[in-house]
Design a protein. Structure first.
Length: 278
């Protein structure tokens, strides 16, 4: 009997990311009623630090690099995994200190060049892996309320790329005022279904052609739309979590969204309102 292939997840933060990945996997196992064999790898760094390590290691294969940096705790080869997914934050906040010494255009060019190269490298789950970005951070999934989706319009949220109030703190304030949606929504499957629906509205608003036409998540296209429509002109990002993107990419939008709603979205019959916070 052939060895069972695994799906490798590489995440950015030990606590929030690992918890979210396990929640995603539980959703996949529970909602779709099949065993989901996975291995969670925690790599505590940001996307730029990982990029640097990859450059230093001359673009070794992702799994082999994970083995090297784990000091023997992660003993696998690329042959053990059929798919590789990476979940990272845009994480532009660390440029805040440099902003005093560099002009804004130079900072944004630096962000653009590094993110683009990372997305070019991690663009295929069967090779180096597929990268999904959270804007601005993984906590974007916590800044969600059911009232953002209503019959009249969809409320989309933006946050400053550089803010005196860290986005994590903004999330804590939001949760304190509204309560965590995990408590408001007792059904854990419904939590992910709501986040997937909300993400679908966001991707249609961003006009991600590969998603609209084929149901595919193009991480580079999403970044370019964020960069050109929000980051560069407004110094903001449209809040967007990496994990619903992954689920939509893995199963396809039609697994979650019925044809009637998709047609309404294709006809631009849904009003989208944008609220700037922070």
């Amino acid at each position: 009997m052939s060895k069972t292939k695994k799906i490798l997840f590489i995440t950015e933060g030990k606590k929030p990311d690992a918890k979210l990945v396990k929640s995603v996997c539980n959703f996949q196992s529970g909602f779709f009623s099949h065993k989901f064999d996975y291995e969670i790898v925690i790599f505590s760094t940001n996307i730029y630090a990982l990029y640097k390590k990859l450059k230093e290691n001359q673009y070794e294969q992702t799994v082999e690099l994970a083995c090297e940096i784990s000091d023997g705790e992660f003993e696998y080869t690329s042959e053990d995994f059929s798919l590789i997914y990476l979940f990272f934050d845009l994480d532009a906040q660390h440029y805040k200190e440099d902003k005093k010494d560099k002009d804004v255009e130079k900072i944004y060019n630096e962000i653009y060049n590094k993110i683009e190269e990372m997305l070019n490298l991690f663009d295929n789950a069967t090779e180096n892996g597929k990268l999904f970005l959270s804007y601005p951070m993984v906590e974007a999934s916590n800044y969600f309320h059911e009232r953002f989706i209503n019959d009249d319009s969809i409320n989309l949220i933006t946050y400053p790329v550089f803010s005196e109030l860290h986005f994590k703190d903004a999330c804590k304030i939001f949760i304190k005022e509204n309560g965590p949606f995990q408590i408001r929504m007792k059904d854990k499957n419904q939590i992910w279904l709501s986040l997937i629906l909300y993400t679908t509205y966001i991707l249609f608003h961003l006009k991600i052609n590969s998603f609209i036409q084929e149901g595919l998540i193009d991480s580079k296209d999403i970044f370019l739309k964020q960069y050109n429509d929000f980051i560069l002109p407004l110094e903001r990002v449209l809040l967007l979590s990496a994990f619903p993107q992954y689920l939509l990419d893995f199963y396809g939008v039609k697994r979650f969204i019925d044809n009637e709603l998709l047609q309404i979205l294709l006809n631009n019959e849904v009003a989208m309102e944008i609220t700037h916070i922070g």
